[in-house]
Structure formats: C-alpha cells, structure tokens
Design a protein around this ligand. Structure first.
Ligand code: NAD
Ligand code: ZN
Length: 345
C-alpha cells in the first residue's frame, strides 16, 4: 500500500520548523522534514489500486484509509490507521525507513518527508487531483490553506454577520481569516505579536487588528471591549499556549466557539477557569481543518480551478531546493507567508 512520489514543489510550514528546532517536540534524527507538497506518482507498490504512475497528487500529513470507524463517520477525519503521528519515523507496513545513507536509516516525518526529490508515502495519505491544477500553487492546499480555511468553515462555522478573531496571521491564520470572509463574517479581528503582519492581513479580509504587546490589559479584555462582551468565534493559529487560552477566554458567553489549530509545545498545559464552559463557551481543536484528505481535497482543488479560492496571495516567495535554508530564515524572521521550494532545480 505504498507509492513513490516525485515531489515537484514543497513549502515550509511552521510545524517543520518546530521539529527542526526540536525544542518543544520529541527530537528524531536524522530525519527528512517537509509535509506541504505537490508531485507526481512515480511508481506504486503491491495493493495500490486507486493510484497509477503519472497521477498528479498532494501528499497529506494525516491520512484516510476509508475503512476505519473514523473514515466511515461523517464526523471525523482522525483515521485510525493513518492519523497524524509526529513521533512515527518509519513506514507502518514493516517498521522500516525507506531512506538510507551508507546502510543507516534516515527517518520519515509526518508520513510524507517532502524535502526530498523522491519520497515513499502510504497510499492513504495521497490525494489524487485534477491534472490541470498548477502544482506550484495547489501545493499550499496540502497543509496550510486547508488547515486554516477548514478550521473556520468546517469547525468554527461563523454565522453571516458575526465577529471572528484570528490569533496568529501566518499562512494558516490568514487562511482561517479567508474562511471567515467567505462565511460572511462582518468583523474579522487579527491578533498577532508581529504588527508587520497587519497590512498584508487586510487582503485576507481582516478588518481590525490587535497587537497584545501594545496593550496593558490582557487581550481577552481588549477584545471584549471591542465587541460588547466577546467575539462570536476565535480561531487560534499560533502554536502558543497563552494564545490558545486567550482564544477561549475571548469568545462570547452563551454561544462563542474557539478552535485551536496551532501545534502546542509537548509539555504545554491548557489552564482556564471552568466557569467559561459553564457559561456555555465551547472549545474545539482540529487537524487539517477537519477535511478528509482523499475525499475532500480533490473537491477543494476544483474550487480553486473555478476561481473560488485565491491561493496565489499566500505564495510570497519561491526558492530552488539548494536555497531551502532561505525559507527557514524567512519563517524565523516572521517574513512572508509561504515560500515555495522548487525541487527540480
Ligand atoms: P507562522 O509562523 O507563519 O504564523 C504564526 C503567527 O503567529 C506569526 O505571525 C506569529 O507572530 C504569531 N504568534 C505567535 N505567538 C503569538 C501569540 N502569543 N499571540 C498572537 N500571535 C502570535 O506559522 P503557520 O505556518 O501559519 O502555522 C501556524 C500554526 O499552525 C503553527 O503552530 C503550526 O504548527 C500549526 N499548524 C497546525 C496544523 C493542524 O492541522 N492543526 C497544520 C499546519 C500548521
Ligand atoms: Zn503544516
């Protein structure tokens, strides 16, 4: 059930940077990082029937076996077999790595390892898409865009005319803002510690901004004052535990929903007063925007081809594979959104 992919384009997501830094996550070395990508099937292994060499595909860090209780349920995208597992470093069929150097294994990352010209992936983590789609653009659907956009439209589900706060205005947060705009939110409040993000965020529908560093009061109080008691929805896309707590505490009592998307530090603990829940605030979280990769991703690609989604504005930089470190420098400096890495140069 494995396929070998030729990766043509990949991009850097903050999750890669966390595992490269290996501070807040379990370190595994040597390992090939990378999970947001687009490519072509080079060959297929035994048991693979739905993919063939030449298919245009997006590998996804969380899979869909289509057979487990989660895949059969409309309510879950947490496939029993192939759900995201950052500590897994080998293929599930035989517990071995498919990469090696001088006989020593090089481990996998998120079942995808796309910072490689060729990679081996479980067929359940591969979405076959329309070959007309430009792979250097739809690449961002493989993680960042679907994660943020889906967190808003599939999980937070803001009503028309509502107020939505987005914590963290990187590519994931701005995709969440885009989801709020499409859902008809009338106010979209961007919250980020980096004010340089605000000008760009206007293009993604953000109407107001808060930089918590510019206030003496906690950001949840600032938001409550701006909105007569709290925002209707909050989507957290920072990975910072304080922002996660602030997101919950910022939503309106009675109906507010906060959705966590950022990948937390391994030792993080969420602490809040339970009265928030008694006051009928809801806290949720999601991987990959609640999309089922194989079922839903081809549909999202069609939406892009029909002109319904503007992926181009997320792509601010492009480098060749030999310049991949520039993509890390940009991410660490909080500059730009997605940097596409061209594998064929
Ligand atoms: P990014 O670095 O481009 O953007 C994060 C933004 O958050 C930055 O602008 C940063 O200044 C801001 N920020 C950091 N701490 C903050 C705080 N305390 N308050 C307000 N703003 C703060 O990262 P990205 O690639 O957009 O990813 C965002 C998060 O989503 C990361 O944690 C990443 O690991 C996570 N992620 C989750 C999933 C999922 O399926 N749940 C998928 C992909 C990425
Ligand atoms: Zn990612």
């Amino acid at each position: 059930m494995e396929v070998r992919l030729k990766i043509l384009y990949t991009s850097l997501c903050h999750t890669d940077v966390y595992f490269w830094e290996a501070k807040g996550q379990t370190p595994v070395f040597p390992r090939i990082l990378g999970h947001e990508a687009a490519g072509i099937v080079e060959s297929v292994g035994e048991g693979v029937t739905e993919l063939a060499p030449g298919d245009h595909v997006l590998p996804v860090f969380t899979g869909e076996c289509k057979e487990c209780a989660h895949c059969k349920s409309e309510e879950s995208n947490m496939c029993e077999l192939l759900r995201i597992n950052p500590d897994r470093k080998v293929m599930i069929s035989d517990g071995q790595a498919r990469f090696s150097v001088n006989g020593q294994p090089i481990y996998h990352f998120l079942g995808t390892s796309t910072f490689s010209e060729y990679t081996v992936v479980h067929a359940g983590c591969v979405a076959k898409i329309n070959p007309e789609a430009p792979l250097d653009k739809v690449c961002v659907l493989s993680c960042g865009f679907c994660t943020g956009f889906g967190a808003t439209v599939n999980v937070a589900k803001p009503k028309k005319g509502s107020t939505v706060a987005i914590f963290g205005l990187g590519a994931v947060g701005l995709s969440a803002a885009e989801g709020a705009r499409v859902a008809g939110a009338s106010r979209i409040i961007g919250v980020d510690l980096n004010s340089n993000r605000f000008e760009t965020a206007k293009k993604f529908g953000c109407t107001e901004f808060v930089n918590p560093l510019e206030h003496t009061k906690p950001v949840q109080e600032v938001l409550a004052e701006m909105t007569n008691g709290g925002v209707d929805r909050a989507v957290e896309c920072t990975g910072n535990i304080n922002a996660m707590i602030q997101a919950l505490e910022s939503v309106h009592d009675g109906w507010g929903v906060a959705v966590l998307v950022g990948v937390p530090h391994k030792d993080a603990e969420f602490k809040t007063h339970p009265i928030h829940f008694l006051n009928e605030k809801t806290l949720k979280g999601t991987f990959y925007g609640h999309y089922k990769p194989r079922t839903d991703l081809p549909v999202v690609v069609e939406q892009y081809l029909k002109g319904e989604l503007e992926l181009e504005k997320f792509i601010t930089h492009s480098v060749s594979f030999s310049e991949i470190n520039k993509a890390f420098d940009l991410m660490l400096a909080g500059q730009g959104l997605r940097c596409i890495i061209r594998m064929d140069e």
